[in-house]
Design a protein around this ligand. Structure first.
Ligand SMILES: C[S@@+](CC[C@H](N)C(=O)[O-])C[C@H]1O[C@@H](n2cnc3c(N)ncnc32)[C@H](O)[C@@H]1O
Length: 214
């Protein structure tokens, strides 16, 4: 079972025994998620109808912060989260007691299981319990949040074929964001036609990455 850990900004994350890695930065789980996925990803879209694909849905932190921060951005969001594991309810409750007290809507992120659910009129959640290696995209996306464990512990997740298949499903002008800036990953993204840029990272991380389909 994964252990709950409090990170430097007070928010919680999980430690995966299997991969010997935290789900988020121990220097601030919420801070990291906001920095990479919300500020560099979501905030590029306003008053738009958008689809978001997340690889490594995990606790739902990126999804829930997307939902909460979309109030100001006013997008109509289809959110597709991929994971092959479901975290325990008590871990979910602890993690989100720190993030918000908007209980009824936040509960839906967990209790819906893998059924499509409207969290609100402008946010449709579609969680899929599947091994990413077997996932075949059938939709197009405007943003990809790539939040797998690192290439050192899970190289298959970052393989040429796996990155290629989801980048091919990215719309023109679409955005791919991740915490990993390794040369090999950047080159793969370029090979699939993305314009790759490094950005300053959250506390404890020098750089993060945003790539755009031009
Ligand atoms: C770094 S954590 C993701 C953190 C998550 N984005 C969050 O906000 O909590 C990586 C996730 O990848 C998932 N994962 C690992 N191997 C996978 C696979 N083969 N297919 C799909 N998901 C996988 C793990 O279960 C874990 O939830």
């Amino acid at each position: 079972m994964d252990d709950l850990i409090q990170t430097s900004d007070g928010s919680y994350t999980l430690f995966s025994e299997r991969f010997n890695q935290h789900f988020h930065s121990i220097n601030g789980a919420k801070t990291e998620s906001l920095h990479i996925y919300i500020n560099l990803g979501l905030k590029n879209f306003k008053n738009s109808k958008i689809s978001i694909l997340e690889i490594g849905y995990g606790t739902g932190l990126n999804a829930i912060l997307t939902y909460l921060h979309n109030t100001d951005l006013n997008n109509l969001i289809f959110y597709h989260g991929i994971d092959n594991n479901i975290i325990p309810k008590h871990s979910f409750d602890k993690i989100f007691s720190f993030i918000t007290n908007n209980d009824d809507e936040i509960e839906k992120f967990y209790l819906s299981g893998t059924q499509d659910v409207y969290i609100s009129d402008d946010f449709l959640l579609h969680k899929e319990l599947i091994d990413f290696n077997k996932f075949i995209p059938t939709k197009n996306y405007d943003i990809i949040y790539f939040d797998a464990f690192s290439p050192e512990v899970q190289p298959d997740m970052w393989s040429y074929a796996n990155l290629g298949k989801i980048i091919n499903s990215l719309n023109q002008g679409g955005i791919f964001v991740t915490y990993c800036v390794q040369g090999k990953i950047k080159q793969t993204l370029r090979d699939f036609g993305l314009n790759v840029k490094r950005y300053p990272g959250p506390p404890g991380k020098r750089h993060v990455l945003r790539a755009t389909k031009i």
